[in-house]
Design a protein around this ligand. Structure first.
Ligand code: FAD
Length: 500
């Protein structure tokens, strides 16, 4: 688009991540003009969505549903894959269990029941998907068995998703302005009238009949995250974009939107101890270290501190970042032996990794920087003795290969650490996104503190509160943004189409 912003448009979408693009495309379907305002310069645009693996958690009742989504799947690929099913019941169960039944039931129902049709809609718009053979399936007897309810990813991962959506948006006449930071909303008693936005060093007003906020959470704002998540969170690393500083939430609260959800909660994972302060697009999500269920984690005191095998990784990884942050020196070392090293995920083999290797356990513990080596050795030996070696190891199911008699148990996939070489990887807390946000209803209208919708204001994605508490089932962030982005964009577009 041209260098200056238009004085008015029908619908403004704030942000240019996955939720924003879905909103913009849905609004454009209503035959109205749509302008996306993205704070980041084009080279860094796409929000957290660009940093993802592009994994979407969606309902499918069998291979036919997957084929409809991924028409490129060959018969041979289908024959070699055990996709199982991911029914609405399973999705509900997962959302309920991991959020300790706090998830907003109305929003959760929309998320689950619209996931399949929204994916089909994205596909119809031109987004291409493929199965996540690499990270979500194990090859057993020549067949890839999917294990964690997470089966579909966008072609090219997060960068591919954002590139595809950008092209599709442009093809659908959506205008995108980069380096355009929304500072506040323009509203009166009748509702939203537009936004004030800083673009090219100038603050201007752009008027609109509907505004969709899709500007992400507040994780990249040190002050806000320490205020709401609590002490030590200023020390966490940010896994994704540096631009999600809570602006979308703040501008809504400023005009009376209701805060809701788990404001002290966040999605946070094990992340390389020496990763940069914010995400690095060249590395993407590869600073994460997600193979901990097959090994053990040791803190600075030389002790284990969490049940690494409590559940499948998809259902523990998002809450263990917080547990690591609360350890002394905010660190943990993940330890593996030769039996498991070949099974480690690709992210363990990147160049930018904090890793030590040794041929004996004695040598290994002395290489663990900032760790009580003597205690660490004792911990590993005690753990080795506690492993129920009589139970076979099977990564594709919760195998019940546990420890016996430890104060901190390991419930599944307990492998002894006794075959050299040994490797250990240093991790700290990588904060993905915050859970607290603004309240919306099931039509994505932003609700005010009196419980009434704010006319013309809609929201979707990370900045919406109420869906996630304590924890999160992997792949739900993108799905959430797509489902509610589409709903928000449709509603904003319809409002604009009907307004004089
Ligand atoms: C490393 C990593 C890996 C992940 N992997 C996955 C995965 O595989 N699957 C999954 O489901 N989820 C994953 N997630 C979570 C997922 O990224 C988010 O849940 C999702 O992308 C949020 O989408 P969104 O559109 O709401 O926000 P974003 O994609 O973050 O977009 C928000 C946009 O708003 C812009 N913005 C902010 N402030 C302003 C302002 N004032 N004015 C204008 N624009 C503004 C930002 O620049 C940004 O472009 C991952 C996250 C990270 C960090």
């Amino acid at each position: 688009m041209s260098k200056t912003l238009p004085p008015a448009t029908d619908v403004i979408v704030v942000g240019a991540g996955n939720a924003a693009f879905c909103a913009a495309l849905a609004a454009a379907e209503q035959g109205v003009s749509v302008l996306m305002l993205e704070r980041a310069p084009e080279a860094e645009a796409g929000g957290n969505s660009r940093f993802t693996a592009g994994a979407f958690r969606c309902v499918y009742n069998g291979v036919d549903d997957l084929r409809a989504l991924m028409p490129d799947l060959t018969d041979d690929e289908v024959a070699k894959s055990d996709f199982g099913t991911y029914t609405e019941e399973k999705f509900f169960d997962d959302m309920g269990r991991v959020t300790e039944y706090r998830t907003d039931p109305d929003l959760c129902e929309i998320l689950v029941t619209r996931s399949k049709s929204t994916m089909r809609w994205m596909r119809d718009k031109g987004v291409r998907f493929m199965p996540i053979w690499g990270r979500q399936a194990y090859k057993i007897g020549g067949v890839f068995k999917f294990w964690g309810g997470l089966t579909v990813e966008a072609w090219g991962g997060g960068p591919g998703l954002v590139d595809q959506l950008t092209k599709i948006a442009r093809k659908n006449n959506v205008a995108i302005a980069y380096g355009a930071r929304v500072l506040s909303l323009v509203a009166d008693d009748e509702g939203i009238k537009g936004v004030r936005v800083k673009h090219g060093g100038k603050t201007v007003e752009v008027r609109a009949k509907g505004v969709v906020l899709a500007a992400g959470g507040f994780q990249a704002n040190t002050e806000m995250r320490t205020r709401y998540l609590g002490p030590l969170w200023e020390l966490a690393k940010i896994r994704g974009t540096r631009f999600n500083t809570g602006d979308g939430i703040r501008v809504a609260l400023d005009i009376g939107a209701m805060p809701t959800g788990n404001w002290s909660g966040a999605h946070a994972v094990a992340w390389d101890r020496n990763a940069p302060e914010f995400g690095d697009l060249a590395v993407g999500d590869n600073f994460q270290k997600h193979s901990y269920p097959w090994g053990i984690m040791i803190n600075a005191n030389g002790e284990r501190f969490v049940d690494e095998g409590a559940d499948f990784r998809n259902y523990t990884y998002a809450k263990y970042g917080r547990v690591i942050l609360m350890q002394p020196k905010q660190l943990a070392w993940q330890v593996f032996d030769a039996k498991i090293i070949p099974m480690l995920r690709d992210e363990y083999r990147i160049k930018q990794v904090t890793k030590v290797r040794a041929n004996t356990l004695e040598e290994l513990v002395n290489k663990l920087e900032d760790v009580d080596a003597e205690k660490a050795l004792e911990t590993i030996k005690t753990y080795n003795k506690a492993v129920m070696t009589e139970v076979p190891f099977d990564p594709s199911v919760k195998d019940g290969r546990a420890t016996r008699g430890l104060a901190v148990p390991k419930s599944n996939w307990a492998n002894t650490l006794d075959e050299p070489p040994f490797e250990a990887y240093a991790v700290t807390c990588g904060l993905t996104f915050t859970f607290g946000g603004i309240k919306i209803d099931t039509t994505a209208r932003v609700i005010d503190t009196d419980g009434a919708p704010i006319p013309g204001l809609f929201a979707a994605g990370e900045l919406v509160g109420g869906l996630f508490y304590f924890n999160y089932p992997g792949g739900t962030g993108l799905m959430n943004g797509s489902v509610f982005g589409k709903i928000a964009g449709t509603a904003a577009g319809q409002r604009a189409a009907q307004s004089p």
